[in-house]
Design a protein around this ligand. Structure first.
Ligand SMILES: Nc1ncnc2c1ncn2[C@@H]1O[C@H](COP(=O)(O)OP(=O)(O)O)[C@@H](O)[C@H]1O
Ligand SMILES: O=P(O)(O)OC[C@H]1O[C@](O)(CO)[C@@H](O)[C@@H]1O
Ligand SMILES: [Mg+2]
Length: 461
């Protein structure tokens, strides 16, 4: 771990596109019971059956939240109605506000780990968001002056008029018990439910036309790129633009970043409820990038739109390791990724093609960086300096670890895996995490950065 931390100080990373404020509520039994009382058991059950993919009114939220609590899976559902947005403010008081979005979470993490340089871009940068970035010399926002890139601290670069996006995060904990009519529900795993604000003003996920021509030089000066935020694209915009337009722009960005130097690009996937949009993002973006990270709910969602509905349902319902391995093989092959990383509550997994230059041992080490950082953040709430990571190193691997390893070996023995390298490690799991939102982003950033560092060591990058 420590050798990676040293290496990180020589590395630079470019991040785009999403930064927001996460307004967090720690859900307790009282909150849930009072929502059920207010909206009525039958209404909620009916709405769960209808499975709304957007929040147009509060009942949509309550239904999807209760559904998420039953499965214990991480979920994010878009909020599209302004009325419902107001309801959240009147109905909940938020326990904490912190920086969110893959770019927000990862930028602060890498800057605090003393990366040489973290260039964090998002099309909008309001004051509140600029304030939430750590104020350090190695965390910079790209601006353009006299047609040249000038990297500035976010606090010197924000635009007063830019709106600030607020997502509502509901943190739930394993073992929380409540009744839905006669049904007793016990939340099986801890996690977060995200009400992702999707108003049009926040949905223009793109690089500004001024910055865009400079992406080749940015790609050239960094060691890696982490992209996310495609989940915020809409199908249609009021000016006639559509998802195809923004995805074409997104593809251009990746090609530009790789133009001067074939810099490795990681995409951190996030939940996309709309099946058509999800499919578009997968088919447009994944084939252009080297590495993708996601959680177990997201791989199930992806497999479902790629036509593997049974497998998808099995992953969602039974959490079996052989299903996750099979799903990962399908994804790696169909989209021809260099490396795919899946994080779940009990284990992390990498799958690559057999010819990947890293050994399975090295790949495992890279995953360990991911889970150690996540455990540190789960325990402390934040990682403020490299030394904090010692805390994560003292968190034991979870108690299902041995079982996970056994099932993984069994799955490998049963399946055709010769063409791949597949490694799995148990997670270091914090019993009472400060919060869980952003832990996946943390894992992926640590795993990708250490993957790059190992490629470097092997002189293949
Ligand atoms: N209490 C915990 N301690 C350590 N790691 C955790 C804990 N809870 C969750 N994690 C890790 O964080 C991951 C969450 O990832 P994800 O669902 O992508 O979250 P997000 O998108 O909010 O970053 C889990 O798969 C698990 O590996
Ligand atoms: O999809 P959006 O609205 O960009 O938000 C991403 C969400 O995912 C997270 O980055 C966690 O992965 C949250 O911090 C954030 O609320
Ligand atoms: Mg995630």
């Amino acid at each position: 771990m420590m050798e990676f931390l040293r290496d990180f100080q020589r590395m630079s990373m470019y991040l785009a596109y999403n930064v927001n404020v996460d307004a967090i509520v720690y859900l307790n039994e009282k909150h849930i019971e009072s929502l059920i009382k207010e909206f009525g058991v039958e209404n909620i059950k009916r709405r769960i059956e209808e499975y709304p993919r957007e929040i147009n009114e509060p009942l949509d939220f309550v239904a999807r939240l209760i559904h998420a609590l039953k499965t214990g899976k991480p979920q994010a559902v878009p909020l599209v109605a302004h009325e419902a947005d107001k309801w959240f403010n009147s109905r909940f008081t938020y326990d904490v506000e912190r920086i969110g979005g893959q770019v927000g979470v990862i930028a602060n993490l890498l800057a605090n780990l003393n990366f040489n340089r973290v260039i964090a871009y998002s099309p909008l940068l309001g004051k509140k968001q600029a304030d939430m970035f750590v104020n350090r010399d190695n965390l910079l926002y790209p601006t353009i002056e006299k047609e040249k890139v000038v990297l500035k601290k976010p606090l010197e670069a924000y635009r007063e008029e830019d709106p600030v996006k607020i997502n509502r995060i509901f943190e739930f904990r394993q073992g929380t018990k409540f009744k839905l009519g006669n049904e007793e529900i016990i939340v099986p795993y801890s996690g977060r439910f995200i009400v992702a604000c999707r108003f049009e003003e926040f949905a223009r996920i793109e690089t500004s036309p001024e910055l865009k021509p400079h992406l080749p030089e940015i790609g050239d000066i960094v060691d890696g790129v982490i992209l996310s935020g495609y989940q915020g694209i809409r199908k249609h915009y009021s000016d006639g633009k559509d998802a195809n337009y923004y995805l074409r722009k997104a593809k251009e960005d990746i090609k530009l970043l790789k133009r001067k130097k074939d810099v490795k690009v990681h995409v951190e996937f996030a939940s996309i409820q709309d099946r058509e949009l999800r499919k578009k993002v997968i088919y447009n973006i994944f084939p252009l990038v080297d590495s993708v990270g996601m959680d177990e709910a997201e791989i199930a969602h992806i497999l479902s739109v790629l036509g593997y509905r049974d497998l998808s349902d099995r992953i969602f319902t039974y959490n079996r390791i052989e299903d996750a391995v099979l799903g990962a093989k399908i994804l790696l092959d169909e989209l021809n990724l260099e490396i795919l990383q899946i994080h779940t509550i009990y284990y992390l997994m990498y799958i690559t093609h057999r010819d990947n230059p890293l050994s399975e041992e090295e790949l495992s080490k890279s995953l360990e960086v991911g889970t150690t950082l996540a455990a540190t953040r789960a325990f402390l709430g934040d990682i403020k300096r490299p030394e904090d990571v010692k805390v994560g190193l003292n968190i034991p691997f979870n108690e299902k670890g041995e079982f996970v390893k056994l099932r993984f070996e069994e799955a490998k023995a049963k399946m055709r895996t010769r063409e791949y390298k597949i490694v799995m490690i148990p997670t270091r799991l914090v019993k009472k995490p400060v919060s869980t939102v952003g832990l996946g982003d943390t894992i992926s950033a640590g795993a990708f950065a250490s993957y790059l560092s190992l490629l470097r060591k092997n002189k293949v990058y």
